[in-house]
Design a binder for this molecule. Structure first.
Ligand code: NAD
Ligand code: LMR
Length: 343
């Protein structure tokens, strides 16, 4: 059986003997997430080439990063002269943080109108230029932007569900931080699988599957409610604190780098790399929830090899899951409908 740590976040392994020959492209690379994420990827020895694209600023970010004395070659592309295609050509992993962040008072769904078309257009370019890449979507609302990418790839005739991921790693990172803070444990040993989607009630932390979390779940009451709320609405905490200057960027860059590293490690031959990520999933498809995050095991080509079920749930977690599913079904349907109406 997989440990909770392996299931939710994946194991960190920056091995100095690692084979490093992967080209990663970051779209939205000059933004609040894109810049620190690109820095973390530049430090990863499994990356040999890092191409950065943004509608503004990526050549400067690339010039800056290229002075860091790690192996990866870094090239920045602007939209002019087919920059997007050039950034995507040969990419084996594509990470997309391009899109508007929230301001106080907004929900992630309020970003749909702006970000749906940004993600659709970037996905169309990826489908044309790098159809076999593994794609990680950070842009919100993730619950809908991932189905948007799937629909675009289907239209282009190149959809492989095993290659498309919604990045929900920040929810796992937050759960680990918040639970270990309460339990007095080391965050790295306190891993909580988080299933469902990536917004409010669709974020379902399975605290009962860790020793420390189980105690809190069994005690129930306000302590449990407050912890679950903090995990589900951790994003709001940052949006409020930034007071109009955006949403989580640094913790997201960390989480995005962990997500990407899991794919790179699988590609590098590490067995049974398993992490919670939002993928096309059969688990609740009969309820209209065709995309769902649960522990996913990657194969040696860095794509989905096995979608693991959510495992044993405490009755309070069953209730959270019940509340998640209808919201998630609506978010997915909105993404599919968007591409139908705006091809
Ligand atoms: P930001 O505004 O700082 O950066 C976004 C970048 O995207 C900008 O540099 C912008 O120029 C670029 N961009 C816009 N349109 C583009 C296009 N068509 N092609 C390429 N680049 C384009 O925002 P941010 O704080 O980096 O957040 C980015 C997105 O990530 C937001 O939608 C935010 O809600 C989301 N986010 C997701 C998670 C998660 O857990 N999945 C966490 C935090 C933020
Ligand atoms: C987060 O969880 O921090 C992100 O989805 C950004 C947001 O809008 O909260």
């Amino acid at each position: 059986m997989l440990s909770a740590a392996r299931m939710s976040l994946g194991r960190r392994a920056f091995s100095s003997s690692a084979r490093s020959n992967v080209h990663v492209a970051v779209l939205g690379a000059a933004g609040g997430i894109g810049q620190p994420l690109s820095l973390l990827l530049k430090q990863n020895p499994l990356v040999t080439k890092l191409t950065l694209f943004d509608i503004r600023g990526s050549p400067g970010v690339a010039a800056d990063l290229s002075h860091v004395n790690s192996p990866a070659e870094v090239i920045g592309y602007a939209p002019e002269q087919d920059g997007l295609k050039k950034a995507l050509k040969g990419a084996e992993v594509i990470i997309i943080p391009a899109g508007m962040p929230r301001k106080p008072g907004m929900t992630r769904d309020d970003l749909f109108n702006t970000n749906a078309s940004i993600v659709r257009d970037l996905a169309a370019a990826a489908a044309e230029t790098a159809p076999n890449a593994r794609i990680g979507i950070i842009a919100n609302p993730v619950n809908s932007t991932v189905p948007i990418v799937a629909e675009v790839f289907k239209k282009a005739g190149v959809y492989d569900p095993k290659r498309l991921f919604g990045v929900t790693t920040l929810d796992v990172v937050r759960s680990s931080t918040f639970l270990s803070g309460l339990a007095g444990t080391a965050p790295k040993d306190t891993d909580v699988p988080v299933v469902g989607g990536h917004s409010g009630a669709t974020i379902v932390p399975i605290l009962s599957q860790t020793a420390e979390g189980k105690k809190i779940v069994e005690a129930g009451g306000e302590g449990l409610a407050a912890l679950v709320k903090r995990i589900q609405f951790g994003g709001d905490e940052v949006v409020k604190a930034k007071d109009g200057a955006g949403s989580a960027t640094l913790s997201m860059a960390y989480a995005g780098a962990e997500f990407t590293d899991a794919i790179l490690r699988a590609l590098n031959g590490e067995k049974d790399v398993t992490l919670c990520t939002y993928v096309e999933s059969p688990l609740y498809a009969d309820k209209g929830v065709t995309f769902f995050s649960s522990p996913v095991t990657l194969g040696s080509d860095g794509t989905v090899a096995k979608i693991n079920p959510v495992g044993a749930l405490h009755p309070t977690e069953e209730k959270l899951l019940e509340a998640c599913l209808p919201d998630l079904a609506k978010n997915i349907a909105a993404g599919v409908k968007f591409v139908e109406a705006n091809p």
